[in-house]
Design a protein around this ligand. Sequence first.
Ligand code: HEC
Ligand code: HEC
Length: 389
Amino acid sequence: MKTKTIPFLLFVFVLSLSSCLKDDVTVTTHHYSDAEYAVISQHLNLPKDVVSYQVELPQHMKNLGMVAPNIQNAKATLGRVLFFDKKLSKNNTVSCESCHKQNIAFSDDRALSEGFAGEETKRNSLALGSVANFESSYGSNNSFGNQALFFWDERAHTISQQSAMTIEDEIEMGMPMSELVQKLSNEEYYQILFRKAYGDEIITSPRITEALQEFLNSLLSVNSRFDEGMDRKQNAFSDFPNFNSMENMGKQLFQANCSSCHGSNMSQNNETVAHNGLDAVTTDPGVGAITNREFDEGKFKIPFLRNIALTGPYMHDGRFETLYDVVEHYSSGIQMHPNLDFRLRNPSNGGQPLRMNFTDQEKEALVAFLETLTDPEFVSAEKFGNPFN
Ligand code: HEC
Ligand code: HEC
């Protein structure tokens, strides 16, 4: 007994010492001086203390070797302000949020979104709340090849690159980066936010897109009922105790028919792009237009399905209104195309499109399962919300 007392006391001493130190730090440092905060508060509703954007992965993701991105809070805060700022568009009418709304997991509820001049985007907006879109997906040693790529045709290699493309896109925001730098430099609150993030007030195009990337990398959605089940069972294939029988049945159907592409754990896809038989005759070549290879024609990014119940309409052109429509497509609507993925063909019928022919109950079960991927905390978190007054 006696020998254990000394280390225990020492432990208590160190513990109290470290909590003293911690108290000291939190009382004495505000992120903004009073003068800075007064300027910021004219435009923005930001807390005076720094907000943590560092994300914590649930155990089931850590077990996959996934590593959370190392988020710098001041950059993410700047990125959040940029994300919600309509000044990023040519005529101050749209922000990133116009097409990526937080309450629907940063997607849009229209098949095609409306750009700054009222023109429609060519494709359906992609949800950003799907974790694993970003750096966190593939562990710490990213190398091109297994890294997440962006847009339906995967034409952007980083979010920073994607952001510049979007801001300058003639339909989406129509804003040349050089003009944007000028525009933002005139705002005193941006001078403060850039100083906090970068140590000086110089606003550059790489800094703008890097800050956006930092914010987007923090959009981690990991509090769905599916995550709870995964953490309790650590196995995507066994029944989850927090699911009802319908949801567990849907999960089994998903693992048997869908996980070969979309992945079994909602954190890592099995494939990056595929042709899922939407059209017999190609209307949008997708990846094929980027690679100029015939066998890529009609292939699109396989989207992550986190928060999928919130992000309709579905597919690259938003052709399906509901998850029932999507399930119906896989059940009986897959079209023949030379590039149709082998996983959606029937090998015993000469490679014709697979007919999964789900019963009504099975369709309902699949939809019930997809609804367990919703993360209510994520879509209401204040630190991801609109900071403008
Ligand atoms: C006018 C609507 C609109 C605006 C404004 C907009 N986006 Fe998008 N976003 C889209 C559409 C549509 C897509 C899919 C386009 C495609 O794949 O061809 C998309 C795709 C993305 C993707 C790719 C996601 C993935 O999983 O591949 C990211 C990231 C993104 N947008 C971030 C942003 C950021 C950051 C901004 C602000 C700088 C922004 N968007 C502004 C409509 C918009
Ligand atoms: C061969 C690979 C593959 C298989 C198997 C597969 N999918 Fe997909 N899925 C895709 C691709 C590719 C897309 C995007 C296609 C597009 O928009 O052109 C997609 C899109 C979706 C979407 C819409 C996502 C969005 O954000 O709009 C849902 C929902 C979906 N799949 C569910 C399922 C379900 C449920 C199953 C099983 C019954 C399944 N998928 C099987 C490849 C696959």
